[in-house]
Design a protein around this ligand. Structure first.
Ligand code: NAD
Length: 494
């Protein structure tokens, strides 16, 4: 049985219960993992709180050195961590090898950025005074993580939180806890005890008590809108700071001035990467009418050519979905669309020849419109609905017809289209001619119901630092405006 990582030790749960982690490609049980509860969450928060004083005052160079060490350990165990993520999450190994590298890069980035500055000096309002804006850590951060990018989305929280001087408790998804536990063993064990802790278990049993614990100061959450609302409500009751990274329903606009072969390849990748289980998956396509027929024909051809199979294998583009519940949600959405008049051009079924595993064929739909939930809600699966539009105005209007605002994509070579769309489409990230590319130095996050707060970039560090204004008078002089008041010195207003 696996164990949790609390206070620098591997421990079981107070509950003495476990849950099973299943390989979504084979449906085999991979491991039994402790089913953490309120008491485990409390132990982990106490361990983090206990380590905080030491960690926050560690000199910047020393802390940076330790974070670089985490990055190096990650790279050293890259293949092992990637395989584990593929086994528990079903994402193709080639993508997980990239993910581990991005995790290492994120720790390296924040190791450097975290030692760069701790605030600023501002001009005083009077002579003989000095004013600082000091950035300081919050204390204990609960990092609650989903299953689709288990290590990357953990790193986007943990690396800046630690660089800012906080200590953390990680709650990985119940579907993918194994890679995080292995990270604890091979990378976080290099840090002082209690600086990083990992509690495994279900959201309500292990996640909620982390959110509500009086010594948790900040909650960094990535997950669904529904859970985000719950977490935000609980955080509000405790007046805790919260960063929310929630769902999306990203639009993808294709204008009539691009090389369609390039646009189609980009579009198919943006739709079906990780079986569409990416928060910034392209979930709806708007194609200019003059190129729509060709675009759709090429899109279907490319989709049919995608290779579904064992995600550990070399010649595979798509693995399974994470679990049966997620596949069922996608099937229901497609069926609902079909009943409303959507046409399935390819996919729309489970692939033949797979006795086990939560596989589904990548699906292309046309004859869709904005009365269908398929276009307005997050699907989080391998589904690409394509709508034909007259031009950029209609495309942008439809792009904004969603409660979400996470990412958006545009394919064009027209400067006019670029600026028109970039200024109008509500999205935390706007990709032009290169979908879904992140940058450690650039902020990532959502507008509207996709959340608030930003990860990555300097914004991603600020999210984990509180602000203190320090006002200093170095002359120790009495002020003329203190008691007793003297009307002869009052400022004239007339
Ligand atoms: P989820 O909301 O079901 O779970 C996310 C995490 O929250 C898990 O660790 C879960 O155990 C925990 N949790 C569940 N209930 C909780 C509660 N009451 N209190 C505290 N924690 C609780 O999401 P998921 O299915 O794991 O992930 C998919 C969702 O995440 C999609 O909506 C996707 O768009 C979103 N997502 C967003 C981003 C982003 O950066 N904006 C990135 C990846 C995924």
């Amino acid at each position: 049985m696996k164990k949790m990582w609390i206070g620098g030790e591997f421990v079981g749960s107070h509950s003495e219960k476990t849950f099973r982690v299943v390989n979504p490609a084979t449906e085999e049980i991979l491991a039994e993992v402790p089913r953490g509860d309120r008491n485990d969450a409390a132990d982990a928060v106490e361990a983090a709180a206990g380590a905080f004083e030491e960690w926050r005052f560690m000199p910047g160079v020393e802390r940076a050195d330790l974070l670089h060490h985490v990055a190096a350990a990650c790279r050293h165990h890259r293949t092992e961590l990637a395989r584990l993520m593929t086994q528990e999450g079903g994402k193709p190994l080639i993508e997980n090898l990239d993910e581990v590298e991005w995790v290492a890069a994120c720790f390296d980035f924040y190791a450097q950025v975290g030692r760069d500055q701790k605030g600023r000096v501002i001009p005083p309002v009077q002579r003989d005074q000095f004013n600082f804006v000091v950035k300081e850590p919050y204390g204990v951060v609960a990092c609650i993580v989903p299953w689709n990018y288990p290590l990357l989305l953990m790193a986007w929280k943990v690396a800046p939180a630690l660089a800012a001087g906080n200590c953390v408790v990680i709650k990985p998804s119940e579907y993918t806890p194994l890679s995080t536990l292995r990270m604890a063993e091979c990378a976080f064990s290099h840090l002082p005890s209690g600086v990083v802790n990992v509690v495994t278990g279900y959201g309500v049993e292990a996640g909620e008590p982390l959110t509500t614990h009086p010594k948790t100061d900040l909650i960094a959450f990535t997950g669904s809108l529904a859970t985000g609302k719950k977490v935000a409500g609980l955080a509000a009751l405790g007046m805790k700071k919260i960063n929310l990274e929630l769902g999306g329903n990203d639009p993808f606009i294709v204008c009539d001035d691009v090389d369609l072969d390039v646009a189609v390849r980009g579009a198919v990748w943006a739709a079906f990467l990780n079986m569409g289980q990416v928060c910034t998956s392209a979930e709806r396509f708007y194609v200019f009418e003059s190129v729509a027929d060709t675009f759709i024909q090429k899109f279907v051809e490319r989709t049919r050519a995608l290779r579904i199979g064992d995600p550990l294998g070399p010649d595979v583009d798509l693995g399974p979905m994470i679990a049966e519940f997620q596949r069922k949600k996608v099937e229901d959405k497609i069926e609902e669309g079909r009943r409303a008049g959507a046409k399935v051009l390819c996919g729309g079924q489970r692939p033949p020849g797979f006795a086990k595993g939560f596989y589904y064929e990548p699906t292309v739909l046309t004859s869709v419109d904005h009365t269908m939930p398929l276009m307005k809600e997050e699907t989080f699966g391998p589904v690409a609905p394509i709508m034909v539009v007259k031009g950029i105005e209609e495309a942008c209007r439809l792009a904004n017809d969603s409660i979400y605002g996470l990412g958006a994509n545009l394919y064009t070579t027209s400067l006019e289209h670029v600026f028109y769309a970039m200024e109008r489409v509500k999205a935390g990230t706007f990709w032009i001619n290169d979908p879904l590319t992140d940058n450690d130095a650039g902020p990532f996050g959502g507008m509207r119901a996709s959340g608030f707060g930003r990860e990555l970039g300097s914004e991603g560090l600020e999210a984990f630092r509180d602000t203190k204004h320090v006002h200093l008078d170095y002359k120790l002089s009495s002020k003329p405006y203190w008691f007793p008041y003297d009307w002869s010195k009052a400022r004239k207003t007339e």
